[in-house]
Design a protein around this ligand. Structure first.
Ligand code: TXA
Ligand code: MG
Length: 311
């Protein structure tokens, strides 16, 4: 695959590939996305092929403005309140779809997921293509989401035309997914928390992770290849020399790989890269510290428990 940089020439090349129905991975503030023309059924089908993604897992349409979102979805008062506060940003809103959206994007559902990413390169290519880009995380299915262009190259190699290199992602965990079909419910926790959403909406926001309403959470496991053992903050796991340990408190253990984040934000930014490093270092068991379920801790716990639960 070709690596494109943040120049006008790089953006122009990416636009040309996307307009011709090809695939281009691009950076967002959360993780790298694997983009295709979101209004082309054939282009969207090739995303599923490149990733080995189950066809019943719908995709997010990435837009450059709320006006572009209105082309694909039916937007209500709650949508506008949230978009004006959190867009561009790590919040995906699920709303009733319009007929122009191909079934391939929504996996046949009557709703569509919309997000305006907070990254200049992402916004630039969406604008220059002039249509929403369908984009799942640019990993092969089941692997941790990519937070650098190199992760995309490692996972997808020659299965896609190009990756736009925007450096490491700022947030590192996938967006919060909130459905506005019916009472607002979080389908996947992320950097925008239930408390943040409740303050803007003025109503309670439920959590409905792992349910049938959230197809993706059945499939994806965000896991490294090595087994994971979780431990709660402050506990001291019995880490052996051939093991690895990652967390955000405590002293660095002496073992094959030890990483400690300076804060929950830093932990979110590095979690997936550290999963990948553990595999590269040949770690036998990876010990992973669970933060409390507060703020970004809820999203971190979700991803870590999913990674551990799937072994
Ligand atoms: O941060 C992110 O959201 C990243 C970047 C690239 O934007 N994208 C991402 O996409 O994580 P993906 O495909 O890995 O996850 C999309 C999630 C899945 O859990 C999927 O089931 C859910 O969004 N989703 C998409 N459309 C939906 C819909 N109509 N109803 C309910 N859930 C939906
Ligand atoms: Mg994903």
């Amino acid at each position: 695959m070709e690596r494109l940089d943040a120049t006008d020439a790089g953006i122009a090349k990416a636009t040309e590939i996307l307009k011709a129905g090809g695939l281009v991975a691009f950076p967002t503030e959360t993780v790298y996305g694997l983009g295709a023309d979101g209004f082309s059924a054939a282009a969207v089908r090739s995303i599923f092929e490149a990733k080995g993604r189950p066809a019943d897992n719908p995709l997010i349409l990435h837009v450059a403005s709320p006006e572009m979102a209105a082309e694909a979805g039916v937007l209500d008062e709650h949508f506008h309140l949230l978009a004006s506060r959190f867009w561009p940003g790590p919040l995906t809103l699920v709303v009733p779809r319009r007929p122009v959206v191909p079934d391939e994007v929504t996996a046949g559902l009557s709703s569509v997921a919309l997000r305006m990413p907070d990254h200049p390169m992402a916004l630039q290519i969406i604008e220059s293509v002039g249509r929403p880009l369908a984009a799942p995380s640019a990993n092969s299915s089941g692997r941790p989401s990519p937070t650098t262009a190199q992760h995309v190259v490692d996972d997808l190699g020659d299965r896609i035309a190009a990756v736009l290199d925007g450096g490491p992602c700022r947030v590192g965990l996938e967006s919060t997914v909130l459905t506005l079909c019916g009472v607002p419910k979080i389908l996947r926790p992320g950097a925008v928390t239930a408390g943040d959403l409740e303050r803007i909406l003025g109503v309670a926001v439920e959590n409905e992770q792992g349910s049938a309403a959230s197809p993706g959470t059945r499939h994806e496991h965000y896991r490294p290849r090595c087994p994971i053992r979780i431990f709660e903050g402050g506990d001291r796991p019995a880490v052996m020399e051939q093991d690895g340990v990652i967390g955000y408190t405590g002293d660095a253990a002496s073992c094959r790989m030890a990483r400690r984040a300076g804060s929950l934000e830093d932990y979110g930014r590095h979690l997936y890269a550290w999963f990948r490093s553990a595999d590269a270092a040949g770690v036998e068991t990876l010990y992973v510290e669970l933060p409390p379920a507060e703020g970004l801790g809820s999203a971190l716990r979700d991803r870590i428990l999913r990674a551990a639960g799937s072994q």
